[in-house]
Every structure is written in structure tokens, then in C-alpha cells.
Design a protein. Structure first.
Lengths: 113, 117
């Protein structure tokens, strides 16, 4: 089955700097890669996703890159703000609605004042 | 956007009792729902895939007789934790993927925090 590795487990960056979180996956059949943000005590919220037919996607301060050959994908947050502090999870899945989504272990991001 | 509703949000029960958690898709039909468990400061671990009208598919290591899943309709799946013990205390979250297109996102319910005393 699919296995998703995520690094780092904890990341502290100065406010205004960029943060990068990296993930690798094992199943070459996976072709959908979402990223979720989870604040303490709340449910995960989708922040961005990418499909295997594109290599990069950007939404304001958030961007995701995908390298299918190497089976890794990354989340980039620029101009970080205090409200970016949360736990971020990467995930991998097939495209279909009944394909399960497997999550990485998460990255706790701290934005330092 | 798609909404998944989960109840209750918090439950405290005594050891040995059973607890039922409901998960509803409010504005879309979900033939498949996914149940995750999350321990403090840990990741979302998939427990089982709930399929409407058929048996659930459990992940390795998850006891199907302990975590009973029923997906009776296209908008409702239930998870029953039977004979709960303190080690079952966790955050349980249901989810479903909306739409019929490819690469549809997973939407989560608010989660249920279960405490077994």
C-alpha cells in the first residue's frame, strides 16, 4: 500500500520568511496530492492540491511542486504570517472518489515574531 | 463547498460501554466515506473505508468487531466503538470525497473527541 513520508516534523521560521515542507510517496499509481492545515482541536482543512498532470500549482502565498519521477512533492509558503502557525499534512491518493487518502505524519509549523 | 457533519463532537463514556458516532454528507451523496483516528500530536490514521450498501474495508490492525461501521444510505455512515476502553480515547474524524470528477478533495467532519474513563 501507499506510504507517505513527511519532513521536517517541526519547523520554525521567522515571520515574513518562507517555509518549505517536503513529502515522498511510494506508490507510483498515486496521482492526487492534497495538503491540509490543521489548527489545534479542529478538523483538517484543504489548503491546496495538485494532480499528477501538472508540476506546480500556486495560490497566493502557497505553492506546491510535484516530481513524479522522484515521487516527491513539496509545499512552499512565502511571506509567512502568525496565522500560518499550525500542523500541515501532505497526502497521496488515486484520483477516484473511492480511493483512500494516506497522510504523512505532519509538520508543526511555528511562525516566530 | 461540500459539508460533512459529524456528531457528537465530544463524548465521555465509561469503560465497557459502546459509543456511536454519526457522519453525514449534507449537500452531496457519498458512496464512500473514510474514518480516521488521530491521537494527540499524531497524524491521521485511516481506520476503514465505509461503502454504501456493502461491508466496510478495514485497514490492517483495526479490529472490525470493535469498530462497527454501517453505511446505510448515500449520506450517512456510522462508527460504533464497542466495549470501549481507555486506550480507545482519541479523536475520530469522518470524511468523504465529493463530486464525480477526478482528483476530488477530501472533506472532513468536525471530529469526535472520545474519552473513555
Amino acid at each position: 500500500g501507499e506510504n507517505v513520508e513527511q519532513h521536517p516534523s517541526t519547523l520554525s521560521v521567522q515571520e515574513g520568511d518562507s517555509a518549505v515542507i517536503k513529502c515522498t510517496y511510494s506508490d507510483s499509481a498515486s496521482n492526487y496530492f492534497p495538503w491540509y492545515k490543521q489548527e489545534l482541536g479542529k478538523r483538517p482543512q484543504l489548503i491546496i492540491d495538485i494532480r499528477s498532470n501538472v508540476g506546480e500549482k500556486k495560490d497566493q502565498r502557497i505553492a506546491v511542486t510535484l516530481n513524479k519521477t522522484a515521487k516527491h512533492f513539496s509545499l512552499h509558503i512565502t511571506e509567512t504570517q502568525p496565522e500560518d502557525s499550525a500542523v500541515y499534512f501532505c497526502a497521496a491518493s488515486g484520483m477516484n472518489r473511492d480511493d483512500k487518502i494516506i497522510f504523512g505524519k505532519g509538520t508543526r509549523l511555528h511562525i516566530l515574531p | 463547498g461540500a459539508v460533512v457533519s459529524q456528531h457528537p463532537s465530544r463524548v465521555i463514556c465509561k469503560s465497557g460501554t459502546s459509543v456511536k458516532i454519526e457522519c453525514r454528507s449534507l449537500d452531496f451523496q457519498a458512496t464512500t466515506m473514510f474514518w480516521y483516528r488521530q491521537f494527540p500530536k499524531q497524524s491521521l490514521m485511516l481506520m476503514a473505508t465505509s461503502n454504501e450498501g456493502s461491508k466496510a474495508t478495514y485497514e490492517q490492525g483495526v479490529e472490525k468487531d470493535k469498530f462497527l461501521i454501517n453505511h446505510a444510505s448515500l449520506t450517512l455512515s456510522t462508527l460504533t466503538v464497542t466495549s470501549a476502553h481507555p486506550e480507545d480515547s482519541s479523536f475520530y474524524i469522518c470524511s468523504a470525497r465529493e463530486g464525480s470528477g477526478l482528483g476530488t478533495p477530501l472533506h472532513f467532519g468536525n471530529g469526535t473527541r472520545l474519552t473513555v474513563t
